[in-house]
Design a protein around this ligand. Structure first.
Ligand code: BEZ
Length: 254
């Protein structure tokens, strides 16, 4: 998954595979919505380590993955994929794809206007843009915990919030402004049980927030976040379930 330009999130493919493999494992429904067919040219935007890109390529589609993280691009290339280092806000493709696909990446690009313009440019006329990412209300509990723990340190992080989670109505308007028609767009609550402790999730995904806290304070910061989150996200067996909400859509150009 790529990040917004300057988003401040560094990715480590090994850590990601250990703590966040569920992200691509849960990508089945958006792959189904894409319904790739052999011979189609598909761009995987924010391809991460290429786990889903590989699935798309296995259908016989001709797939290129792009990501803004060099370690992720290297991990995807190690799977034998055509993966390229490219920022989602600076796509260089012109009318060459039947479809642009994306899973769990657009919120890092803040669903930016530059990204939407680049996707529209990359597609052939009538091409489809099929994606899933965080939508309105996504991970509300961790977001509030980050805001509260930073506020206690006198930091207002709203200006650097790394993500944006739009509503279907708001995002449909933005798609239309870029020449797309939304054929399907849904907000889907998807409570997600983590493979381990929430502390690993916080450290894997909260990079931009951790940068605001001094190196000596990181452990205390995590402990405080865990304390805030435990009553709402942890069950009596010690399992953590996060309040994921997906925005899933299929839009057509023109
Ligand atoms: C998501 O996939 O919705 C997501 C994961 C980590 C941080 C923000 C959003």
């Amino acid at each position: 998954m790529s990040q917004a330009p300057g988003g401040g999130q560094a990715w480590n493919p090994e850590g990601y595979a250990r703590h966040a493999r569920f992200v691509s494992d849960l990508g089945g429904p958006v792959v189904e919505l894409l319904a790739p067919t052999a011979g189609e040219r598909i761009l995987d935007l924010g391809c991460g380590d290429g786990a889903l890109t590989e699935q798309l390529a296995a259908t016989g589609a001709d797939v290129i993955g792009v990501d803004a993280s060099a370690p992720f691009v290297e991990a995807a290339q190690a799977r034998g994929l055509d993966a390229r280092l490219m920022d989602g806000g600076a796509l260089t493709f012109e009318a060459e794809f039947d479809a642009v696909f994306s899973n769990a990446a657009l919120h890092w690009m803040k669903y930016s206007e530059a990204m939407l313009a680049g996707v529209a440019r990359a597609l052939k006329p009538g091409g489809r843009f099929v994606a899933e990412a965080g939508g309105q209300g996504n991970i509300a509990a961790p977001r509030v915990a980050f805001l509260a723990a930073l506020a206690r340190r006198g930091i207002d992080p709203r200006a650097i919030e790394p993500w944006i989670f739009p509503s279907p109505a708001g995002f449909s308007r933005r798609l239309e402004a870029h020449g797309f028609t939304a054929e399907a767009i849904d907000l889907i609550p998807r409570p997600t049980t983590l493979p381990g402790h929430v502390a690993s999730w916080l450290r894997t995904f909260g990079g931009p927030y951790f940068e605001l806290v001094g190196p000596d304070e990181q452990d205390a910061f995590v402990a405080e976040l865990v304390d805030l989150l435990e009553p709402v996200l942890c069950d009596d067996a010690g399992e953590w379930t996060l309040d994921y909400v997906r925005l899933r859509f299929r839009a057509r150009l023109g």
